[in-house]
Design a protein around this ligand. Structure first.
Ligand SMILES: [Zn+2]
Length: 232
C-alpha cells in the first residue's frame, strides 16, 4: 500500500463550465480507493468533489497512480487529472440557422462535436463535406470542390467568404488524404468561415443567438472570490 496519500488543497483554480472561465473551487469531499493484487502491487484512485465559489456547480476530479510511479525525489506521481463533466474551455458553440435543411444541420452539428471532442481530422473532413453538401443543396456543380466554390460567386456570395473557403479546401485535402491533423486555430477559423457560408444561405437565427449569449454573460458575471495559493 502507498506510504503517501493525496492531500488536496482547500481551494483550487479550475475552469468552470457554467461560469465559462477559471474560478476558485472549494474542496467538498474526497475519497481514495485502493486496489491490491499482491503484496507488492497496488493501484490508487482519488475522487475529489469541487464546488465553484461563483455558481456553486460541482466538478468531480479523478486521479490515478500505481506502484512505482514516483519521481526522482520519491514523491508519488499521478496520471493527468480527469474532470467530470469534461471541461469545455475553448470549445465552439453550435449556432442555429433558421432555414438550414435537417441533413445539413446534422452534418454541421457533428462537425462541431468532432472539434470539441479533439477529433481534428474528422472535423476537417466534416467541414469539407459540409461545403460539398451546401453546394449540392444549392445546385452548384463542378468537376472539383475548387470549381464548385468558384461557382458560388454566381450566387452573389461575398468574395472574402469565397477566398476563405479556398484556404479551407486545401486544409481539408491535406488532413483527409495525407492524414495530417490540422491545427486547432486553423480549424476554428474554417468553422467560422463555414458558418459565414451557412449564415449567407440559411440565415443565422440572431434572436436565438442573442438569448444564448445573454445567458452566457449572466453566468460569467456572477461574483468569484479572490484567488488563494492553489495546486495546479
Ligand atoms: Zn462556476
Amino acid at each position: 500500500m502507498p506510504t503517501q496519500t493525496l492531500e488536496p488543497p482547500r481551494r483550487k483554480r479550475i475552469f468552470c463550465n457554467r461560469c465559462k472561465m477559471d474560478t476558485n473551487h472549494d474542496h467538498e469531499a474526497h475519497r481514495t480507493v485502493w486496489s491490491t493484487e499482491s503484496d507488492d502491487y497496488w493501484e490508487q484512485t482519488d475522487f475529489i468533489l469541487w464546488i465553484c465559489a461563483g455558481c456553486e456547480g460541482g466538478t468531480l476530479e479523478e486521479r490515478w497512480t500505481m506502484t512505482g510511479m514516483e519521481d526522482s525525489h520519491g514523491k508519488q506521481v499521478f496520471d493527468p487529472i480527469i474532470y467530470y463533466p469534461k471541461r469545455i474551455k475553448g470549445d465552439v458553440g453550435r449556432k442555429k440557422f433558421k432555414k438550414i435543411p435537417e441533413k445539413l444541420d446534422r452534418f454541421y452539428g457533428e462537425t462541431i462535436e468532432a472539434f470539441n471532442g479533439g477529433l481534428n481530422v474528422l472535423c476537417a473532413a466534416g467541414l469539407r463535406g459540409l461545403i460539398e453538401g451546401i453546394c449540392a443543396d444549392k445546385g452548384v456543380t463542378g468537376s472539383s470542390l475548387e470549381k464548385k466554390i468558384d461557382a458560388l460567386v454566381n450566387h452573389n456570395l461575398p468574395q472574402n467568404i469565397v477566398e476563405g473557403l479556398h484556404g479551407f479546401r486545401f486544409m481539408g485535402n491535406t488532413a483527409v488524404h495525407e492524414l495530417i491533423p490540422p491545427q486547432r486555430d486553423d480549424l476554428r477559423l474554417a468553422i467560422e468561415i463555414s458558418e459565414d457560408l451557412l449564415n449567407y444561405f440559411y440565415d443565422l437565427d440572431y434572436k436565438a443567438q442573442r438569448l444564448v449569449n445573454s445567458q452566457r454573460v449572466k453566468t460569467s458575471a456572477q461574483q468569484v472570490t479572490a484567488p488563494l495559493p492553489v495546486q495546479e
